[in-house]
Design a protein around this ligand. Structure first.
Ligand code: SAM
Ligand code: SF4
Length: 427
């Protein structure tokens, strides 16, 4: 989401007559987009701002994103060379703020979270010529006890289905073949216009746009992930064979204290829907280890969940205390060495699962979207519908760029994180 926010902000700058330069040293205006989901993000931002300052004679600096929202005007005090502090909920006013900066204002802020607006702009400067992101919902109305997002991105606001569909059609017309729908919790999408589509309805309509061959979406929240989404996926081949469904913990007790609003059994019911669906979907998740009060037994339940679900991949994190969140007040903190031990144990277990699951793909023929080339390996980089990296060799017409094309590839080797293969000619 942050990467796409940056694309939208860059597009707005180009629209205002700015041009993009290769390095911050060459720039007259430096905007630093930030994330505060984990670790001591604020400290990193201030260190980086110090470095910018040294190289920054006469430049204008701005801080955007979650650290800007979280630290607010304090940033001006600690880094007086900064002239703009703006959270993501204020990006719809970004053009106005630029005008203020150009007029010489030196403490411009966009910090209100009291908004019903989303940042819809036709001026997005997209980094990838084949895959495009579309934000469908901003903010989050959940209150997971560990999470800073509701405090930094504000309340949920859905875009109208009309504006999402117009963007999807425009992108397809411009040659994009893959669309990724974005939101902190896409499943709670609710069209604010009278059409009133829910997420499953929107997903189906986007998948049916002529020229769109792949649709992905992220992120889902298990509580709002309804069976209608699986049914929509089954009906449309264009919706990719992949679901990212963050579980966070395999222990219902920990899930309750995280305020995740589902039990392990309720989560498993959704996994069963997906496993008994019309197609084989790859499943990935997010897990936090060492949440306050997580016992060894709780952690073992998470390991057991990995055995039960057999995820294709996962993102794992050590719990990191965040400002304003409910978990900050919880006792029974898990020491860092123990968090680290649990993280390594979890990752080793998952690695073994991935080695086994990826080896099962050897001999399969998969369609890939070609994303790039590894010159040194003499391989093209492909991505399968189920979100695996499948690097491959291609002999016919090797001089031509294949980037952006869809090709069938036979899997010949596998590793824990990717597959290797060779392109095949289908007769
Ligand atoms: N809205 C999404 C969700 O509910 O899964 C994404 C939230 S966040 C950007 C992505 C992941 O970061 C979360 O799923 C969670 O695993 C992790 N995360 C969030 N806050 C964290 C914290 N305080 N400590 C460690 N991991 C955290
Ligand atoms: Fe954070 Fe929970 Fe909202 Fe995801 S659903 S953004 S984890 S509060």
């Amino acid at each position: 989401m942050n990467a796409h926010d940056s694309e939208k902000v860059s597009g707005t700058l180009l629209e205002h007559g700015y041009t993009q330069v290769a390095t911050p040293e060459d720039a007259g205006l430096v905007l630093y987009n930030t994330c505060s989901i984990r670790d001591k993000a604020e400290q990193k931002v201030f260190n980086r701002l110090q470095n910018f300052k040294r190289a920054g004679n006469g430049k204008i600096f701005g801080v955007l994103g979650c650290v800007a929202q979280q630290e607010g005007e304090k940033i001006f005090d600690r880094a007086p060379h900064v002239s703009l502090v703006c959270g993501s909920a204020s990006y719809p006013r970004f053009g106005e703020m630029l005008v203020q900066l150009e007029a010489g204002a030196r403490r411009v802020t966009g910090l209100s979270l009291d908004t019903e607006e989303t940042f819809d702009t036709p001026f997005t400067r997209r980094d990838n010529p084949h895959r495009a992101y579309i934000t469908i919902i901003e903010g989050c109305d959940k209150s997971c006890a560990y999470c800073v997002v509701p405090f930094t991105r504000g309340p949920e606001r859905s875009r109208t289905s009309e504006s999402v569909m117009a963007e999807a059609r425009r992108l397809a017309g411009a040659g994009y073949s893959e669309i990724q729908l974005l939101g902190q919790n896409v499943n709670s999408y609710r069209d604010p216009s009278p059409a009133g589509w829910n997420f499953a309805a929107l997903l189906e309509r986007v998948a049916a746009v002529t020229g769109i061959r792949r649709v992905r979406y992220t992120t889902s929240h298990p509580r709002d992930f309804g069976k209608d989404i699986v049914e929509a996926m089954d009906r449309h081949q264009a919706i990719c064979d992949h679901v990212h469904l963050p579980v966070q913990s395999g222990s219902t007790r920990v899930l309750r204290s995280m305020e995740r609003q589902y039990t392990r059994d309720e989560y498993m019911r959704r996994i069963e829907w997906l496993k008994s669906a019309g197609r084989r979907y790859s499943l990935t998740t997010d897990i936090i280890v060492g949440f306050p009060g997580e016992t060894e037994q709780d952690f073992e339940q998470t390991l057991d969940l990995l055995d039960q679900v057999q995820y294709d991949s996962l993102f794992s994190f050590k719990y990191s205390p965040r400002p304003n969140t409910a978990a900050l007040q919880m006792s029974d903190v898990v020491p860092d060495e123990e968090k680290q031990r649990r993280l390594v144990t979890l990752q080793e277990k998952q690695r073994a699962i991935q080695i086994r699951r990826n080896a099962e793909m050897i001999g399969d023929i998969r369609e890939v979207l070609v994303e790039g080339r590894h010159q040194s390996l003499g391989q093209w980089i492909g991505r399968t519908s189920d979100n695996r990296t499948l690097n491959f060799t291609h002999t016919a017409g090797d001089g031509d760029s294949l980037v952006g094309r869809y090709l069938p590839v036979r899997v010949t080797r596998s590793g824990p994180n990717s597959l290797v293969g060779e392109s095949v000619t289908v007769v």
